[in-house]
Ligand binder design. Structure first.
Ligand SMILES: C[S@@+](CC[C@H](N)C(=O)[O-])C[C@H]1O[C@@H](n2cnc3c(N)ncnc32)[C@H](O)[C@@H]1O
Length: 252
């Protein structure tokens, strides 16, 4: 929570500084107005999240201060606690990722109660996997998935699973892949995750995409030159992992 608050404060300061550099006092006033509007939008976003749960008969809302419990079990030892992802940022970020969703896998690292997992399932991904290290939350996410399945419209449904495990050691699927993270852990685990993605995807001809919401530790991507920033929003960034040099790709 503190790292997110610090990151958000830094973002707001950066926006105000940029506004000052571009348009002086007027720019700052306009940016302050935008920040105030965003703050006013918070209750509306919370109401949307409540509706999201009620319509599906699930519960993804609420904070769970589980970081000590999870830290003792994780390789990196730097988890953040459970806080559900907002509906807007994930939707916005996924819209920038150029994959055929109906033949792609999405893996949400630090899946919590499974909100991103279900958003991805509804967004048309062929296969969705959530990885969660807190066994109680993993069980709640599985229950949410079962309830969601019961209410889902008939037809072709994606394969949705939640795995109890550590993101740092989770298997990396081959083929078209999108990995999502909502600031689930610190720099140590992020480094392990990015390293594992680079190694596992060495010979894969498809690029992989990492959607990072609240990208508090984004600086960690710099250690892996195969990653490049592809798109950026107010509170998210999408990185593209290029196939390793020499890999035969569809366009080579
Ligand atoms: C901010 S919440 C993410 C919420 C979630 N993605 C959603 O859809 O709402 C972070 C989650 O990451 C989990 N977590 C932390 N470290 C982890 C690790 N190394 N492996 C897997 N899960 C982890 C925490 O237990 C917590 O549930």
């Amino acid at each position: 929570m503190i790292s997110t608050a610090v990151w958000k404060a830094k973002q707001a300061t950066r926006r105000l500084v940029t506004a000052w550099e571009r348009a002086g006092g007027r720019g700052v006033a306009a940016e302050l107005l935008r920040l105030a509007r965003e703050l006013v939008g918070v209750p509306l976003a919370l109401a949307r999240e409540l509706l999201f749960d009620l319509r599906r008969g699930i519960r993804t809302r609420g904070f769970v201060r589980n970081e000590d419990h999870v830290a003792a079990r994780s390789v990196g030892g730097d988890p953040t606690f459970y806080q559900p992802i907002g509906l807007r940022p994930l939707k916005e970020a996924l819209a920038t990722v150029p994959v055929d969703r109906d033949r792609s896998t999405l893996v949400d690292l630090g899946a919590g109660r499974g909100r991103a997992v279900l958003l991805a399932a509804e967004a048309g991904f062929e296969r969705v996997v959530g990885v969660e290290l807190d066994e109680r939350l993993a069980a709640e996410a599985e229950q949410n998935v079962r309830r969601w399945h019961r209410r889902a419209p008939r037809g072709v449904l994606p394969e949705v699973t939640v795995v109890h495990g550590d993101a740092a050691t989770a298997p990396v699927p081959s083929g078209p892949l999108v990995v999502t993270m909502f600031n689930p852990f610190g720099a140590t685990t992020l480094d392990l995750v990015l390293g594992s993605l680079c190694t596992a995807r060495r010979d894969d001809p498809d690029p992989a995409w990492v959607v990072y919401v609240n990208p508090v530790h984004e600086a960690g991507f710099a250690a892996f030159p195969r990653f490049t920033a592809h798109a950026r929003g107010r509170d998210w960034v999408v990185h593209r992992l290029a196939p390793a040099p020499g890999t035969v790709t569809a366009d080579s």
